[in-house]
Design a protein around this ligand. Structure first.
Ligand code: CA
Length: 227
């Protein structure tokens, strides 16, 4: 049976592209434009995952997420347009599973959706390399990090954060240093944004078969990567 996705997005061009891509990938998509419609569709249809735009005419995706979270652990992906929205997604502990920032490629959204559905079904996305630790390779030209040959699906800041740690294994970076090095173009970034990104990165690494212990927390000091 096709997995059902609830899509809340008020911009027709974005909604059409996502609808087309998700449907052609075999998902059954219910598209709504308003927060109120999203809640009604959530209650009526029991979707397998929700993709929520943050800004919609009658409210916002955060409130929809909160309302859903009162009764359900439904996987939720946010579509965010601005850095401040990303900060809020990460900082408000809304229980979102991931976010994608606009502009995005619909393929990227599909890849995220599949990864989250696999994760929520409790199945590992990729088998851990047997008998040896999966290795990470940084490809700065392509701005990608590969794990056992497979590119990791990382957001821009997740990539920059992991690349920064990877370039100097064992070194402890303070939150302030990471904010400078990774979020230099977003000066209003809060400390908790670093912590939230580390949490997301650990989840993605675990999913790729890498030990989440790879990134270590040093109390009152910061983070380091151990390979
Ligand atoms: Ca919008």
């Amino acid at each position: 049976m096709a997995q059902r996705i609830l899509l809340l997005e008020d911009e027709p061009a974005i909604a059409d592209t996502l609808l087309y891509t998700l449907t052609s990938e075999g998902f059954e998509v219910t598209h709504v434009r308003l927060a109120s419609e999203a809640l009604a569709a959530f209650r009526a249809q029991a979707p397998d995952l929700a993709i929520l735009d943050v800004g919609v005419p009658d409210g916002n995706g955060f409130d929809v997420c909160r309302a859903i979270r009162k009764t359900s652990e439904l996987p939720i992906v946010f579509l965010t347009a601005r850095n401040e929205e990303i900060d809020r997604v990460l900082g408000l502990e809304l229980g979102a599973d991931d976010y994608v920032s606009k502009p995005f490629s619909p393929r990227e959204v599909c890849a995220r959706v599949r990864a989250i559905l696999r994760r929520s079904a409790g199945r590992p996305a990729a088998p851990a390399a047997s008998g040896e630790a999966a290795t990470l390779q940084l490809d700065e030209t392509a701005q990608r990090i590969r794990c056992a040959g497979q590119p990791l699906a990382l957001t821009r800041y997740e990539y920059l954060l992991l690349a920064t740690l990877l370039k100097r294994p064992q070194r402890i970076f303070s939150r302030a240093e990471l904010m400078d090095l990774v979020w230099g173009d977003a000066p209003d970034t809060a400390d908790r944004t670093v912590d939230a990104h580390v949490k997301l990165l650990r989840a993605k690494l675990r999913e790729a078969g890498v030990s989440a212990e790879l990134i270590q927390t040093h109390r009152n000091m910061g983070y380091s990567l151990h390979i």
